[in-house]
Design a binder for this molecule. Structure first.
Ligand code: FES
Length: 136
């Protein structure tokens, strides 16, 4: 008995193959574990669109808040994932580390240029009135 596994290959030769690429994940679980709660950072008006401000919370945590688009605030651990320097801030639309030149996306913290290979840790930011809070 022959099995009836007739396979019909549709004429798909005309369609080009699409390369299977996986975009880098923007999900990072590097929020500091020690401090839990919310921290008042300061007035949102201090951060110009396309720039960022750093807030040193303690010896272990400095938070970088960026505003890539008006009213859209993003928070990151300012500790570079390459070797632990505190990033300089936003320069030419990218988060820059001055130690060895790593660059990160100001919206996602994703690595744009090495030597860092891991995205900056994300920190939730809330805007209440004109005040920015970090939620840890
Ligand atoms: S510590 Fe930031 S690039 Fe090396």
């Amino acid at each position: 008995m022959a099995s009836l596994a007739a396979v019909s290959l549709a004429a798909c030769a005309a369609e080009p193959e699409v390369a299977q690429t996986t975009p880098p994940s923007a999900t990072v679980d590097q929020a500091p574990a020690e401090a839990v709660g919310e921290i008042l950072l300061g007035p949102a008006s201090e951060i110009l669109v396309g720039s960022g401000n750093k807030y040193q919370i303690d010896e272990m945590l400095t938070i970088l808040v960026t505003q890539p688009k008006a009213g859209d605030f993003r928070g990151f651990s300012a500790t570079c994932t390459h070797s632990g320097c505190i990033v300089q801030g936003v320069s030419d639309g990218e988060i820059a580390c001055g130690c060895h030149g790593a660059r990160f996306d100001q919206e996602t913290g994703a690595v744009l240029a090495g030597p860092a290979r891991t995205a900056l840790g994300r920190i939730a930011i809330e805007l209440r009135g004109d005040e920015l809070y970090a939620i840890l």
